[in-house]
Design a binder for this molecule. Structure first.
Ligand code: ATP
Ligand code: MG
Length: 260
């Protein structure tokens, strides 16, 4: 199952969700692959993986120079692997413009994955450019993180329109897997209002699990670790574990032995 984590708004928790959900799924025994689709390479650094300018990365995969199997890196989380990216990826958006079938590059690359992954997560950049369109074209579902703050819904209709466009032209089985509310602050009235408003607007489409604002989640990346290896007892990490359990049911992922 391939899931794109998308929101063109910056800093809403896409990468935090991608890294911590992927690590939690792996901890539940799922064979998880995370694809860093952002030239910022935040998913890489959050997992302690460094892709130097000489390394082969997603950029070379999208340009058809190398198979995706050959750039996959292991992480410190058993069962979780990563397709790395770095600033090279900025060039892909430009270089692919003149190429044929540029929107289906990622889809075709992932179709050639040899290992039997249970779940592939795509951490998208904060734009609706060609990289995000590649992710939407390759994905079965979309997970949209929304920050519990004023203007949370701003830009969402544009995003939903883009999803419909991709669905209509490039990927007819794409659907919305869920809206995930992030950085919820229980002491803040606004947070509660946003949760209520989003649930009203999108009945049945909002994940039951809400991710709290939690400093441990924001500290972990600077140690190059997903939350689960940094402070598993923290509320933020426990929320991502609950989210993994919720989505495993929703996605009908196979039940496997949990990682130690
Ligand atoms: P970008 O659009 O730049 O890729 P993003 O949507 O991937 O951003 P993140 O990088 O995950 O967003 O999060 C933005 C900032 O908020 C980071 O500093 C991150 O550590 C912090 N953050 C994310 N989620 C939480 C949370 N639940 N509690 C506290 N801090 C958080
Ligand atoms: Mg990010």
């Amino acid at each position: 199952r391939i899931v794109a984590i998308v929101n063109q708004k910056g800093g809403v928790g896409k990468t935090t969700t991608a890294v911590n959900l992927a690590a939690s799924l792996a901890a539940q025994g799922q064979r998880a692959l995370l694809v860093d689709m952002d030239p910022q390479g935040n998913a890489c650094s959050g997992l302690g993986v460094f892709a130097s300018p000489q390394d082969q990365t997603l950029y070379h995969v999208l340009l058809g120079q190398i198979a995706v199997d050959d750039v996959i890196r292991e992480t410190d989380v058993p069962g979780l692997s990563l397709v790395p990216s770095n600033t090279q990826l900025v060039g892909a958006e430009i270089e692919l413009v003149s190429e044929l079938a540029r929107e289906t590059r990622l889809k075709r690359a992932l179709a050639r994955l040899s290992a039997p992954w249970d779940v592939v997560l795509l951490d998208c950049p904060p734009s609706l450019g060609l990289l995000t369109v590649n992710a939407l074209t390759a994905a079965d579902g979309v997970l949209i993180p929304l920050q519990c703050e004023y203007y949370a819904l701003e830009g969402l209709s544009h995003l939903l329109k883009t999803i419909e466009l991709v669905k209509g032209s490039l990927n007819d089985h794409l659907h919305l897997d869920g809206i995930l509310l992030t950085m919820f602050d229980a002491r803040n009235n606004l947070s509660h209002q946003v949760v209520e408003e989003v649930r009203q607007h999108f009945p049945g489409q909002v994940c039951e699990t809400v991710i709290p604002r939690n400093v441990r989640l924001s500290e972990a990346p600077s140690h190059g670790k997903p939350g689960i290896l940094y402070d598993v007892a923290s509320r933020g990490v426990q929320a991502y574990i609950a989210l993994a359990e919720e989505l495993m049911k929703r996605w009908s992922l196979p039940v496997r032995d949990k990682a130690a």
